[in-house]
Design a protein around this ligand. Structure first.
Ligand code: ADP
Ligand code: MG
Length: 624
């Protein structure tokens, strides 16, 4: 086409497309899921805008918020069309090729190591999966504020954009035409597409239609000349029932004109999904498998991994909402990398079934950003801007309840995990078939998200105690396993008042510490804190269940009274005095007789409010 403007793909996008085209990845099906997901996003956008501007939807077919799939077997074209927001010419240029999203290079990198294309949607480059099955793609799009344009590319490093003067006007929205490769012929079969929509797009909240052929019975006048032989051969598949029916007709032959039933092929829109919002159903009616699939569709994670836990509930009272929360099976790579500057929450906000946003940070505190899920509120107003909504007073209440429910859900992972039970409890717990599945789940949770719990203790004073209950640590007695503070307390020696801990770089290093000598000898249990974040954690976690935390390398360690204490103090009085003078107050605050050591003759202790040696080290390296 002469009027077409040519553009080069941005370099990373071009590389990505090469990888996709040459991929040996066998699961090519995923392209359909990505296209439907984009169509659904575009529909969400126009529906959201229509809340404050009714005109925007237009009239007639334009108001139909749906997705339509059509096949052209002869030309080998599969098209997917939506009546969503559409793209202007500028959108087409930017979104489909010239501006690489941050996920592009991350995904290219990942492809080179793992080759698992299944995650493409998570990286924000799902559209390009069309080149798994097509060698030529056209994107026809009409946005309310622009003319209709066609974007096209054969994935040869360039794409073209032309004003559309030859296709049927779309009204509004986008139609993607995939010119399928020879080996992708299966995507021209209706059965295959129905199966894929079922499998991948079950939770799309807009109707998905397929222009499907259907055989219908039609009554036509029976031609007298028709020999019955011919009739039978032309309807070789006719069933006995039909033969019976024909017999019946024969009996009435004198009253009615003779007719016969023939099969005819017609096409009509067939609805492929039932648009049910899973969160509106009663939790009792939703199966485990459905929750798992729902999680996969939310997370754009189509692995086999089950979420570690979920919570589906309705909140009533002043603020009404329904919510489903999930603990993912794995933490994303960058969860903590960008912790302090990322704004990303993984919660979708709906108001009365209408998708509003997935970038609402007011719904969950940062430390719970690892959760996936959605909130659908009837209390929030529909016809206000996102900015207004962000300041709505109900959000505080929603947030508070979500945190509570989230922490309950995490606590339940521990409660249901047979590995977590105290020795005391173990005898009481009956083993059930569930046990195998729940076994070790909390340790898994802790490995993936333990740091989030620690950050929560630091940041969320209101829920500090609840979060501390979820904390897991290794100790001098935990034998390489994780233990909770409750378990620690249950093992405390008679007369032990404080919870003892020590901080450092590794357990191995700490085990040799002179600070532990005496405690070990006296059979006290000491917690090892070896993560840099632990130093900060312990500045906020002062006590738990009325027990104070005592750093054993700091001043103030009390291991119970020793009758010789006074005597010793007296007899070494001169020595300590001399020593203090020799070191001068610039170097030490005090020199004292101590009962914390067993073999080592002396040790440098940090003052109660000073930084531990480990903290000094961390501050010097400035790592968190
Ligand atoms: P993502 O959906 O994660 O943003 P994609 O690669 O799937 O990434 O899509 C890229 C962008 O192209 C989308 O963000 C959107 O702006 C645009 N886009 C794709 N398909 C459509 C569509 N059917 N309607 C409107 N915009 C679309
Ligand atoms: Mg997408």
């Amino acid at each position: 086409r002469n009027s077409a403007e040519k553009f080069q793909f941005q370099a990373e996008v071009s590389r990505l497309m090469d990888i996709i085209i040459n991929s040996l990845y066998s699961n090519k099906d995923i392209f359909l899921r990505e296209l439907i997901s984009n169509a659904s996003d575009a529909l969400d956008k126009i529906r959201f805008l229509s809340l404050t501007d009714k005109e925007i939807l237009g009239e007639g077919d334009n108001t139909k918020l749906e997705i339509e799939i059509k096949l052209d077997k002869e030309k080998k074209i599969l098209s997917i069309r939506d009546r969503g927001i559409g793209m202007t010419k500028e959108d087409l240029i930017k979104n489909l090729g010239t501006i690489a999203k941050s996920g592009t290079s991350a995904f290219v990198e990942k492809m080179q190591t793992s080759g698992d294309l299944n995650l493409i949607g998570q990286f924000g480059v799902g559209f390009y999966s069309v080149y798994l099955v097509a060698d030529y793609v056209e994107v026809i799009s009409k946005h309310n504020e622009d003319k209709q344009y066609v974007w096209e590319s054969k994935a040869d490093g360039a794409f073209a954009i032309s004003e559309d003067t030859w296709n049927e006007p779309l009204g509004r929205g986008t139609e993607i035409k995939l010119h399928l490769r020879d080996e992708a012929g299966e995507y021209l079969e209706e059965g295959k597409l129905k199966e894929l929509v079922k499998k991948y797009s079950e939770f799309i909240n807009f109707p998905i239609y397929l222009w499907a052929t259907k055989e219908v019975d039609v009554e036509v006048p029976a031609d007298e000349d028709d020999s019955s032989e011919e009739e039978e051969s032309s309807e070789s598949s006719s069933s006995e029932e039909e033969e019976d029916a024909e017999k019946g007709e024969d009996e009435d032959a004198e009253k009615k004109p003779k007719t016969k039933t023939v099969k005819e092929k017609t096409s009509e829109w067939e609805l492929l999904n039932d648009v049910k919002a899973i969160w509106l159903r009663s939790p009792k009616e939703v199966t485990e498998e459905e929750y798992t699939k729902f999680y996969h569709s939310l997370a754009k994670d189509f692995s086999e991994d089950k979420p570690l836990a979920w919570s589906h509930f309705t909140a009533e009272g002043d603020v009404e909402f329904k919510a489903v929360l999930f603990v993912p099976p794995k933490a994303p790579n960058d969860l903590y990398e960008s912790y302090y500057n990322s704004k990303k929450s993984n919660l979708k906000l709906y108001v009365r079934r209408v998708f509003i946003s997935d970038e609402f940070d007011e719904l969950l505190p940062k430390y719970l950003n690892f959760l996936m899920g959605l909130v659908d509120s009837d209390t929030l107003p529909l016809n206000v801007s996102r900015e207004m909504l962000q300041q709505h007073s109900s959000l505080k209440t929603i947030k508070k309840k979500l945190i509570r429910k989230a922490l309950d859900m995490i606590r339940r992972i521990a409660e249901e995990d047979p590995d977590e039970a105290n020795d005391k409890d173990k005898k009481e717990v009956e083993t059930s078939s569930d046990d195998d599945e729940k076994k070790g789940q909390y340790a898994k949770f802790w490995n993936e998200f333990g740091k989030s719990i620690k950050l929560g203790i630091i940041e969320d004073a209101t829920n500090r105690n609840r979060l501390a209950k979820l904390l897991r640590v290794e100790t001098t007695k935990s034998d390489g396993k994780l233990t909770s503070l409750d378990q620690y307390i249950s093992r405390m020696k008679a007369g032990q008042k404080d919870i003892f801990y020590i901080t450092g770089t590794s357990k191995e290093q700490l085990e040799k510490s002179p600070f532990l000598e005496r405690l070990k000898k006296k059979n006290f249990e000491v917690i090892f804190f070896t993560d840099p974040v632990d130093e900060y954690l312990m500045q906020y976690l002062m006590d738990y269940e009325d027990k104070k935390f005592q750093n054993v390398s700091k001043e103030g360690l009390k291991l119970g009274k020793d009758s010789k204490d006074k005597e010793l103090k007296e007899s070494f009085k001169e020595l300590t005095k001399w020593w203090k003078g020799a070191l001068s107050t610039d170097n030490v605050d005090d020199v004292k007789i101590s009962n914390r050591l067993a073999e080592t003759p002396c040790v440098v202790v940090t003052s109660k409010y000073g930084w531990s040696a480990n903290m000094e080290r961390i501050m010097q390296s400035q790592t968190l």
